[in-house]
Design a binder for this molecule. Structure first.
Ligand SMILES: [Zn+2]
Length: 387
């Protein structure tokens, strides 16, 4: 091996500062760090190594201990790998290296046999993935543009095709207010695919609900590979001020007002990913400062979620929100929807980057989680319609 591999951030959702590319007795060592980009604290990475000529690679992630999540849980992380010939998969194992000065590195390997290998923190999901799903689901999802991002990209919104002559219960789904939180998109992908199914359950839910979807709130961040949590100049999920502080939020606020006018009862489900190692699926409850009725509605949704996930202890489906915030901690989509759209309930649903309980999650697992989140939303709205 005379010439080294070509290594850098991936073209789509790429992120990763390359620190070293060095030959090993067998193959290469590629050391990198997650780039914070617009966020104070990093996490997301997605890089590619080309011209490997079949050589094995050990990726050395050099800054996992300052990434968002519990640094005591680093050994439980399972980043994902993809080579020429395979789809994305979890690495089987990681090796945690504790340096003498206290820094920690996390190493994971690809066994070789490929010319190009990609590594990411979790399964990437961007506009091409959505296009593939929409191609698979025929004409079930109507698509329109509700705004243009700061970076000049059309901001899409989908709506489940159906008879809109009478208002029905409405479900508004959104993902990627924090652009690196790809589990939210895989969960949403499961919902998009499920509602296009020919099953009795899908048809029944489709008859009851008018479903609107904003798949990428921070579309620029998704495409560019930003992590996006607490993103400067203003976190997307703290930009829901009376005067919105992000152009996408401004556009979605207008869309939510249209949604309100066309629906009889409403639920917003905003899909996220938590800290790097947190397991499970759960609702991030409203803060204690928020109205009691909003808290009750969120707890009720958490209870529906717990019914849908019997393998999780019910208590684990609701997490209190009391962590520090860099922004106005009450300027979230949930506060705005409650205060501005006539006490419309919005819930933040967090899905692990890693696992529900034990087994590492794969895209199809996330899609199945999506169906179960949809069942919880359906149950919640069905009660509202019966009231
Ligand atoms: Zn988030």
């Amino acid at each position: 091996m005379t010439e080294g591999p070509v290594v850098g951030p991936a073209k789509l959702s790429g992120n990763g500062c390359i620190l070293r590319v060095e030959p090993r007795a067998e193959g290469w060592e590629i050391a990198f760090a997650s780039e914070p980009r617009t966020s104070p604290q990093p996490l997301w990475f997605h890089l590619e190594a080309g011209d490997l000529a079949g050589a094995p690679v050990e990726f050395v992630w050099e800054n996992p201990d300052i990434c968002l999540g519990n640094p005591g849980e680093l050994a439980s992380l399972r980043p994902v790998l993809k080579s020429d010939h395979e789809s994305w998969r979890r690495c089987d194992a990681v090796r945690l290296v504790e340096h003498e000065d206290g820094r920690k590195s996390l190493c994971f390997s690809h066994e070789g046999g490929a010319n190009r290998v990609s590594a990411a923190f979790c399964f990437p999901y961007g506009p091409p993935h959505l296009e593939a799903t929409l191609a698979d689901t025929g004409d079930v999802w109507e698509r329109c543009v509700i705004g243009v991002t700061t970076g000049g990209r059309p901001l899409p919104r989908l709506r489940l095709r159906g008879d809109h002559s009478e208002s029905r219960a409405g479900l508004y789904l959104s993902a990627r207010q924090h652009s690196g939180e790809s589990p939210g998109s895989w969960v949403l992908d499961g919902i998009l695919r499920f509602l296009a199914d020919d099953s009795d359950e899908a048809r029944q839910i489709g008859r009851l609900l008018d479903v609107w979807v904003c798949p990428f709130v921070d579309l620029d961040g998704v495409v560019e590979g930003n992590y996006g949590k607490d993103a400067l100049p203003w976190d997307f999920n703290r930009a829901w001020e009376p005067m919105p502080m992000r152009s996408a939020v401004h556009a979605i606020m207008a869309d939510l007002r249209r949604f309100r006018e066309r629906t009889s009862s409403r639920l917003l489900v905003d899909l996220h990913g938590p800290g790097h190692s947190t397991p499970g699926v759960y609702v991030q409850l409203p803060r204690a400062e928020r109205p009691e009725l909003q808290m009750q509605g969120a707890q009720e949704f958490a209870s529906d979620l717990a019914d849908s996930f019997p393998e999780l202890h019910a208590i684990a489906c609701a997490h209190e929100t009391n962590y520090a915030s860099r922004w106005n901690k009450l300027a979230t989509i949930a506060s705005w929807a409650w205060d501005t759209l006539g006490e419309t309930q919005a819930v933040s649903v967090e899905t692990s980057y890693q696992r529900l309980v034990d087994e590492p999650l794969y895209p199809d697992d996330y899609r199945r989680i999506g169906r179960r989140v949809l069942r919880a939303a359906h149950a919640w709205l069905q009660r509202r319609e019966e009231e």
